[in-house]
Every structure is written in C-alpha cells, then in structure tokens.
Design a protein around this ligand. Structure first.
Ligand code: AMP
Ligand code: TRP
Length: 350
C-alpha cells in the first residue's frame, strides 16, 4: 500500500517518519479499538516504518481505576496487541508509566497549551457532562499529556479512530506554539492517520453512540476476549431496522444501525462498502446477520484464543513491556533533555 500521508516538516527541519499511538487500558479492548486503531497499527508496522505503541496507563487513571484491575487490563491489552499482529521485536510496545518522560513533557505542555484550547475539547465535555466540577484535573489536562506522548518521540503519524482527531489537532497546535514561542524547529506537526471504513464503530444497541469499553452494557460492544458464541449472540441481538440492504452507500445515511453493521462487515472483510452492498443488496438482516457472524467469528476468534494463551504467562508480558519501555526511553530521553534545555532549565547532573 502506498502511504498517502506526507512527512510533515517545519521550517527547514525534516523529520524521519515515525508512528506513535496509544490505547487506554481502562477496560477490555473492543471491536472499535480493533477496527479503528489496532488493525491500522499492524498495517503501519508492516509498512516498515518505525512504530511505537503504548498502553497509556497514566491516561487511564484520569478516572479512578481499581489498581489490581488496571494491572490486569494493561496485560490483557498488551496480549490483545500481540494477538492482533503487533510484533514486539519489530514495534516498540510498552506501558506509558514506565517511561517517566511522558509525565515530564506533559508538564511542559501544560504550560504551552491555552485554557481556551482545552475548553474546546469535545471528549472532555462528553466525559465530564454535567459533572464538570467533580471530575479530576487530570481528565481536563489529558489532551496535553497525549500531545507529550506523541511529541516525545517526534512522531510524524498517529493512527487513531475518528474520535481522536481533535486531540491530534491540539497536538499540532501545541507543537506550533512551542516552536514559535522558543524560536525553534524542534517539534514536528504530526498528521493523524484516520483511514478505512470503520473509523467510528457504533454501539450495537444504539447507532448514535460510539462503541466503547466504558459503556455499562456489555451487549453494546464486541470485546476482543469474547468467544464465538458470545460474538454470535451479540450480533444476533444487535439493533437493526426492518428494511433490506440498499444498492448504494448513500441510502444508509439515515439508517445508523444498518450502516454500522455494513461498515463492520466491510472492515472485517477488507472490502469497500460498495462491494458489500453489491453482494447483499435487496436482502434483509435475517440473511445479513448470519454472514456477519461467520465473518466476525472467523476473524476474531483466533485473536481471543491467542490472547488467552498469552495471558497464561503474565511474567512474559511484563518482560515484553519492560523491554519496550527501555527502547522507548532511549528515544525519549534525548528529546526530553533537549526540550528542557530549550525552555531554560539547568541540566548539570552527571
Ligand atoms: P480508547 O479506547 O479510547 O483508548 O481508544 C483507543 C483507540 O481506539 C483510539 O485510536 C480510538 O480512536 C480508537 N477507538 C476507540 N473506540 C472506537 C470506535 N468505537 N470506533 C473506532 N475507533 C475507536
Ligand atoms: N486519547 C486516546 C484515546 O482515548 C489514547 C491516547 C493517549 C493516544 N495518548 C495517545 C492515542 C497518543 C494516540 C496517540 O483513545
């Protein structure tokens, strides 16, 4: 596949292509994470670009996490990455808190980002809701830590789902303001990579809501740990309408549940929506759902089986994350050191 994303450059500086992305271990991985993010992560790794993938545990604690569960979920997410095709010898795979430079650069960026910018973040508004006085300060500052995650590696490309686009744009704003305020060409203007037909997978119970690991209803999502029977039962019960599938994608515009299932099918089959409709136009969900179940089970059951196998050896997962953290740290430390020097900190420890 040719890569449509241009390497960004600021002024005279050219940055080597490097991919960074992260997923919060605040619950189990979902089909949304898989289609919107993980599949893309594997693709980038296989394009031969340097790829760095992070389980962002510091982001996860912006809402309270049970400590033992957080550790378990971090291991399980690591197992999910590997089972989905991330090779920890070709990519760097680690958990964020093992590289303390993330928090340090995050602080510097808290002093670069403006309150007005943070107040525009729609994810914060959604998550805080009517409860904004009572959520953590970390939840508010979260996008500035995300900018630090990315820029700590001078990453040029960030594969994410649609919901993260605004945060990557904020990352560019922070990089540009830093470069401007300190008269340097130090941080790249990172590009979001939002590709494919499933950049926003919706809940199986409500086509207007994103499929999410934090939705109280387990029926609303497919988890990467679900077995074949569970996957089948959830798709069978998924909300749909009484219509038949149309010939053209545009005819799905006001049928969010139907569109979601067609998008999921297309993404799992590596087909376009047009190709899926060419096969199923004129047929109802009585015919389409069983085909979707067969496809989903064929693609996802091997991942859940492999995850279970990997989870039998948590010490090996911890070793992989530790090794990844060492390699990440080796890239991050010089960039953090240079940043602190640029902003005027004395660096005299030997
Ligand atoms: P999170 O689970 O919020 O940490 O998200 C991790 C990655 O998965 C981000 O790149 C998200 O954009 C992506 N993602 C999460 N949920 C979905 C979804 N329902 N559809 C597509 N991508 C998603
Ligand atoms: N904010 C992202 C999410 O909730 C997770 C994340 C944190 C991330 N740091 C990142 C994604 C850096 C990409 C790059 O989905």
């Amino acid at each position: 596949m040719t890569d449509a994303v241009q390497t960004p450059h600021v002024g005279q500086t050219r940055f080597t292509p490097r991919v960074f992305s992260g997923i919060q271990p605040s619950g189990g991985l979902t089909l949304g994470n898989y289609l919107g993010a993980l599949k893309r992560f594997v693709q980038k790794q296989d394009e031969g670009i340097e790829t760095i993938y992070c389980l962002v545990d510091l982001h996860a604690i912006t809402t309270w996490q049970d400590p033992e569960k957080l550790r378990q979920q971090t291991r399980e997410a690591a197992a999910g990455f590997i089972a989905a095709g991330i090779d920890p010898t070709r990519s760097i795979l680690f958990n964020q808190s093992q590289v303390s430079a993330h928090a340090e650069l995050g602080w510097v960026f808290n002093c670069v980002a403006r309150l007005g910018w943070m107040n525009r973040m729609t994810q914060f508004k959604d998550k805080a809701g009517k409860n904004a006085e009572n959520v953590s300060l970390g939840l508010y500052a979260y996008p500035s830590l995300m900018a630090a995650d990315i820029l700590l590696y001078h990453a040029t490309q960030v594969p994410v789902g649609e919901d993260q686009k605004q945060h990557v744009e904020l990352t560019r704003d922070i990089a540009a303001k830093f470069n401007h305020d300190y008269k340097v060409d130090f941080f790249p203007l990172t590009e979001p990579v939002i590709q494919g037909v499933a950049t926003r997978v919706m809940s199986l119970r409500d086509g207007s809501k994103k499929m999410s690991k934090s939705d109280p209803s387990d029926q609303s999502r497919i988890n990467l740990t679900d077995d074949a029977d569970t996957i089948a039962a959830k798709f069978r019960k998924a909300k749909t309408d009484a219509g038949v599938l149309p010939d053209l994608p545009e005819a799905l515009a006001d049928r969010p549940e139907a569109r979601n299932l067609v998008n999921i099918y297309a993404a799992l089959a590596d087909q376009s929506v047009e190709e899926v409709l060419a096969e199923y136009a004129g047929r109802g969900f009585g015919a389409f759902k069983p085909a979707l179940v067969d496809l989903a089970v064929a693609k996802l059951a091997p991942i859940s089986t492999e995850m279970k196998r990997l989870m039998d050896d948590p010490a090996e997962i911890d070793r992989i994350l530790g090794d990844g953290a060492n390699r990440a740290d080796a890239i991050a430390q010089p960039i953090l050191a240079k940043t602190l020097e640029i902003v005027g900190m004395i660096r005299s420890r030997r």
